[in-house]
Design a protein around this ligand. Structure first.
Ligand SMILES: Cc1cc2nc3c(=O)[nH]c(=O)nc-3n(C[C@H](O)[C@H](O)[C@H](O)COP(=O)(O)OP(=O)(O)OC[C@H]3O[C@@H](n4cnc5c(N)ncnc54)[C@H](O)[C@@H]3O)c2cc1C
Ligand code: FES
Length: 262
């Protein structure tokens, strides 16, 4: 029997630098994986960190990592051609079929764009599979904007609003993502599916705004971040109420997601 805790080595094929502290590590990986799933990335002697899949290719997965602590600091010491330890993918991820044929709305903030990026890419490349797609992506300031090359492509593929909380220079839409939810137009409210991913406070207010637009809990999905350890539903670190975020999530329909309390 294989030990699920034993990681595999994966080579860094490419590093895409977005900001000083946020890079995408394109890791060699061949296997089934869904947007919204995550890998445990580890550096011996430093530990493990759960990181969402931000892009999926035939022989790679993208991991967009913010350098914030002991593991991620060490990951940033690596260059292309070096290898990192990984195990996974874990979690349920986004189920593409939940959104097919819908008027899809995606509201994402900061690194929250990472887990949902695979969904944006998928429907951007297959526009015939959704009725429409509107994406609101918010960042703190212009220098914090992630995925600039992808954004250029998305602008042509969908109704995209990129916002920043504040900007000293002109040319940016300023305001929190929630400011742009009242402007969304829908043909049939019952056919809307909304995904909200970002910091907890942003998700709370974005969901409230969507509900003001008469989008009900069943039509909203969130992705929940949580301190994790095993990633396998064994240690209980990620438990909220009856749910293990690593196993039952991190993606939840809001009908279930709103019940998650410590
Ligand atoms: C499902 C899931 C998906 C995720 N996806 C991503 C992703 O795609 N990209 C990403 O970048 N992150 C992601 N995260 C978050 C990431 O796992 C955490 O940021 C992780 O803790 C980083 O590990 P670390 O060892 O580098 O940081 P840690 O050392 O664990 O530090 C984490 C945080 O604690 C703070 N901290 C550390 N030490 C102290 C201290 N002594 N006192 C006070 N504060 C301290 C740090 O400033 C930092 O904010 C995800 C988390 C989950 C649960
Ligand atoms: S991280 Fe161990 S049970 Fe979820």
């Amino acid at each position: 029997m294989t030990n699920a805790y034993v990681p595999f080595l994966s080579q860094i094929k490419e590093i895409i630098r977005h900001t000083e502290i946020e890079y995408t590590f394109r890791m060699h990986y061949e296997g089934a994986v869904k947007p919204g799933q995550f890998f445990e990335v580890s550096v011996p002697k430093f530990g493990e960190a759960p990181i969402s899949v931000s892009g999926i290719g035939e022989d790679y997965v993208d991991l967009t990592i913010r350098k914030v602590g002991k593991v991620t600091n060490e990951v940033f010491e690596n260059q292309e051609g070096k290898s990192l330890f990984m195990r996974g993918p874990y979690g349920n991820g986004f189920q593409i079929s939940d959104y097919e044929g819908k008027e899809l709305v995606i509201v994402a903030g900061g690194t929250g764009v990472s887990p949902v990026k695979g969904v944006i890419d998928y429907f951007g490349n297959h526009p015939e599979k959704v009725k429409s797609m509107k994406v609101i992506a918010g960042f703190k300031s212009p220098k914090d904007i992630l995925f600039k090359d992808d954004i250029k492509r998305w602008e042509k593929q969908m109704d995209l609003t990129v916002t920043v909380d504040a900007a000293e220079e002109p040319g940016y839409r300023v305001g929190l993502v929630t400011k742009y939810i009242p402007d969304l137009t829908f043909e049939q409210k019952e056919n809307v599916a909304a995904i909200v991913v970002g910091p907890p406070i942003m998700m709370k207010f974005a969901v409230e705004e969507l509900k003001k637009r008469e989008i009900c809990d069943e039509q909203i999905w969130i992705s929940q971040e949580r301190k994790m350890c095993c990633g396998l539903g064994k240690c209980g670190h990620c438990r909220m109420g009856d749910a293990y975020i690593c196993l039952d999530g991190p993606v939840f329909r809001y009908t279930d997601g709103k019940k998650l309390v410590d």
